[in-house]
Design a protein around this ligand. Structure first.
Ligand code: UDX
Length: 429
């Protein structure tokens, strides 16, 4: 199958590499010429485990190509995926200018039948608008179909999620387009759900909001556990063993972040409002999340009293483990507060320091996790990197001024830390 993907960001690039790897002929398109140049040279602008190897392998094999030209992509491919950004606006709504522009650009060069597939996360009814826009700006009056095919990959495990999806959602009504989309996904052996366009678009926002709700639920429970002297990890385990609930996304912590959940929950609240429904439940999900960070900060202030001039060792800057992404990272938010209150922040992250430096140059970036403990008044764990669990916490203690650990991800064993002589503060335990 000949496929083009417009937008070589996180979703576009990983999808393109995986499609090429399973046997499709793929052209990845981006309007950023420096990005295309660096991709052609085999350099990947993001850290995602396995991605660089997969891109290089398929470029070599001749199944993965890069270009700046939408015209070339549309001419050479039957299926055109749109994977451009849909960033949030101030009021929570979604900036649709990139999608709209791409729809016009496709229309300008569309001559023969093509399936135009939206993969970006978009408000419900976007597909209808893309269809109208292409129809309006296409002077050849060509035949085409618009399909919604939302992406559910998680950063850090994106290749696994793409190659082994729980489900593939295809929102389309045209039999011709459905047949082609089924061929695109045939090698994946995943369950395919065919829906109408609007339902497919809603599935994405509904799923992400539900996952955020699940985390906010356990975070709210963590507060009850603290007040009642219970342990949220045990409560989560007990709940998760019920297969109707499931054990995933029940890890209490400092709250969810990243480029999807904050944006998608805000957008879904806004979309619902525009459709005449006040989604109060989701507003509370969002509120619990911002409170969760504040409550954690309060715990730090309670122990350290004044943050000014304190040396805080920060473990983790990425919004989650196995990524270098610091967008809407709660770890970065904590660092901002520490710096604002006059603390010295010495931080380490296995992958995200390069990106963090661009945003927060005033952090002191350490060359190892151990170094954050040097003369530190406390250590704060803000990202769930596994290597923080296996740190030499005895050596860490010997380097610190006072052995205090605020574990925002419940990574460490509380009992063991206390036995080692730490003042340990977790979340809901
Ligand atoms: C999410 C969705 O999972 C994915 O399906 C969608 O395509 C994009 O958005 P992602 O943003 O990559 O993926 O990360 P995810 O693993 O979902 O984690 C989001 C945030 O929730 C992170 O900040 C993470 O640390 C936090 N989290 C996750 C918790 O606090 N507790 C949990 O139990 C799980």
């Amino acid at each position: 199958m000949k496929i083009s993907i417009i937008g070589s960001g996180y979703v576009g690039l990983t999808t393109g590499a995986c499609f090429a790897d399973i046997g499709h002929e793929v052209i990845c398109i981006d309007n950023d010429s420096s990005k295309i140049k660096s991709l052609l040279a085999g350099n990947i602008p993001i850290y995602e485990p396995g991605l660089e190897e997969l891109v290089q392998k398929n470029v070599k094999k001749g199944t993965l190509h890069f270009t700046e030209s939408i015209e070339e992509g549309v001419e050479k491919s039957l299926v055109i995926f749109i994977a451009v950004p849909t960033p949030p606006l101030e009021d929570g709504s979604v900036d649709m200018t990139y999608i709209e522009k791409v729809a016009r650009q496709i229309a300008a060069v569309l001559k023969d039948y093509r399936v135009i597939v939206d993969k970006s996360t978009v408000p419900v009814k976007t597909g209808e608008k893309v269809y109208q826009t292409i129809k309006r700006y296409n002077s050849h009056n060509s035949e085409f179909d618009v399909v919604s095919n939302p992406e559910f990959l998680r950063e850090g495990v994106a290749i696994h999620d793409l190659l082994h999806p729980d489900r593939v959602v295809i929102g389309a009504t045209s039999e011709r387009a459905i047949k082609i989309m089924k061929e695109v996904y045939a090698p994946f052996k995943a369950p395919i759900l065919i829906t109408d366009l609007n339902s497919a678009e809603l599935i994405k926002h509904a799923s992400n909001s539900f996952l955020a709700l699940k985390i906010s639920y356990i975070n709210a429970l963590s507060r009850i556990c603290e007040a009642a002297g219970a342990n949220v990890q045990m409560v989560a385990e007990g709940m998760g063993l019920d297969h109707r609930i499931g054990k995933h996304f029940l890890k209490a912590g400092i709250g969810w972040g990243g480029s999807c959940f904050p944006k998608d929950v805000a957008a879904f609240i806004k979309i619902s409002q525009e459709l005449g429904y006040d989604f109060k439940l989701l507003k509370e999900v969002s509120q619990i999340n911002s409170d969760q960070k504040e409550i954690f900060l309060r715990k730090i202030r309670d122990v350290l009293w004044v943050l000014k001039d304190k040396r805080i060792g920060l473990l983790g800057l990425a919004f989650k483990n196995n990524t270098d992404d610091v967008r809407s990272s709660v770890a970065m938010d904590l660092a901002r507060v520490f710096l604002k209150e006059g603390a010295i922040v010495q931080a380490f992250d296995p992958k995200a320091m390069g990106k963090a430096k661009e945003v927060l140059p005033s952090i002191h970036y350490c060359s190892s996790a151990l170094d954050v403990a040097e003369e530190a008044d406390c250590v704060v764990i803000a990202t769930e990197w596994e290597e923080f669990i296996n740190l030499d916490w005895k050596s860490m203690k010997s380097k610190m001024i006072s052995p205090i650990v605020f574990d925002g991800r419940n990574l460490l064993d509380k009992k063991r830390m206390i036995e080692m002589g730490y003042h340990y503060v977790g979340v809901g335990n």
